[in-house]
Design a protein around this ligand. Structure first.
Ligand code: FES
Length: 215
């Protein structure tokens, strides 16, 4: 397969033609915040708006998960305009998240924590008004709990359940502020015989889907 050379943050890297900037950067040890991207998803849905980068010659920052590498491209992951957009996206997520890290089983491995630290955003940021959804936690599955208040709507769980496992128990419902991950008919997750593969839990970047402790 044909390869191209490009510069990311001053480092020369190589990538397969057609590769996306996000995966090229990550594969070369350059972190770009991301929540909704999945490597094996054919078309990124680019919903989290965290992966902004600046590309020399482009007037506006672009999302690294959708931007295809080009020969001679020069990418800056720390440009001020890209960082400003990514920080705002991160603050929006935090404003609708309970950020109850002290009691969250995912604390320490949570990707939202990591992204906030990378972007220099305080988890308890007060720049945006906090608007919480106060949704009920679903503990009906024998395997995991689902806390929609910690969900960042990245869609990874939906994608792995449907595309990778071919099951499709999960989906999005509603729009805007009321958008959330749920099941068909909004039934408790424990009502579905999903095969218990745990891939949704593994894919979840926060503590929204967490395995229950084993007895
Ligand atoms: S990873 Fe690019 S928009 Fe979410």
């Amino acid at each position: 397969m044909k390869t191209v050379s490009l510069i990311i943050d001053g480092k020369e890297v190589k990538a397969h033609k057609g590769a996306k900037v996000l995966w090229t950067a990550l594969d070369n040890g350059i972190y770009i915040p991301n929540l909704c991207a999945l490597r094996d998803a054919l078309s990124p849905h680019a919903s989290c708006r965290l992966c902004w980068v600046e590309v020399e010659g482009k007037n506006q920052p672009v999302t690294a998960c959708t931007e295809t590498v080009e020969q001679g491209m020069v990418v800056n992951t720390r440009g001020p305009r890209a960082l400003r957009l990514a920080r705002t996206a991160c603050e929006l997520l935090l404003a609708s998240n309970d950020v109850d890290c002290a009691r969250c089983p995912a604390s320490g491995s949570c990707e939202l924590q990591k992204i906030a630290a990378h972007l220099g955003v305080k988890l308890k940021t007060k720049r945006l008004r906090k608007v919480l959804r106060n949704l009920p936690v679903d503990s009906s599955s024998p395997l995991f709990t689902y806390d929609p208040n910690k969900c960042v709507l990245c869609g990874r769980c939906i994608w792995v359940c449907r595309e990778r496992r071919g099951i499709g128990v999960l989906g999005f419902a509603h729009r805007g502020f009321y958008r959330r991950v749920t099941t068909f008919g909004d039934e408790p997750m424990g009502n579905f015989d999903c095969g218990e593969c745990r891939e949704c839990v593994t894919a979840c970047p926060t503590g929204a889907l967490c395995l229950k402790p084993e007895d």
